[in-house]
Design a protein. Structure first.
Length: 124
C-alpha cells in the first residue's frame, strides 16, 4: 500500500519513514523568498544525504527516479494535489497537496487508483 508521507507546512520538519528497504528521513523546508517552492532532502537510516534540495512539484511521475541510490530503486515518489489545486504556497503542503510514496510492488493501475482517491479527497 502506498505511503502518504505526513509532511505539512511546518518548516524544517523531519519525518522518519520505515519501508521494506530501510528507514528514510524526509526533511521539508520552504524557500519563499524568490522561488516560492517546497524543497525536500532525503537521508538514509545512517543520516547520510541521498538527495538534497529536491523541489516538490506536481507533474513529475517520480521525484526519486535517477538518484542512483539502489535501496530506492522501484519506489516512486509523487506530489498529488487534493481537489482543485490553486497553487503552492507556505500553507499548502500536506493539505491541498500530498506527498505519496508508491512501493515497488504497486502497479500503474494501483497508483492511478490511489492518486484518484487523493485528488477526490477520499484518502487522508
Amino acid at each position: 500500500m502506498a505511503l502518504i508521507i505526513p509532511v505539512n507546512s511546518n518548516p524544517c520538519r523531519q519525518i522518519n519513514v520505515p519501508t521494506p528497504a530501510g528507514i528514510f528521513f524526509f526533511r521539508t523546508y520552504w524557500l519563499g523568498d524568490v522561488s516560492k517552492v517546497w524543497k525536500m532532502d532525503i537521508l538514509n537510516g545512517d543520516s547520510v544525504a541521498i538527495a538534497s534540495g529536491m523541489s516538490l512539484t506536481h507533474g513529475v511521475d517520480n521525484l526519486v527516479k535517477g538518484l542512483g541510490y539502489t535501496p530506492l530503486d522501484g519506489y516512486r515518489l509523487r506530489m498529488v494535489p487534493v481537489g482543485v489545486f490553486k497553487g503552492t504556497d507556505y500553507n499548502t503542503l500536506g493539505f491541498s497537496e500530498k506527498l505519496v510514496m508508491f512501493l515497488p510492488t504497486e502497479t500503474a493501475d494501483d497508483e492511478a487508483n490511489i492518486v484518484l482517491q487523493i485528488v477526490n479527497g477520499l484518502s487522508q
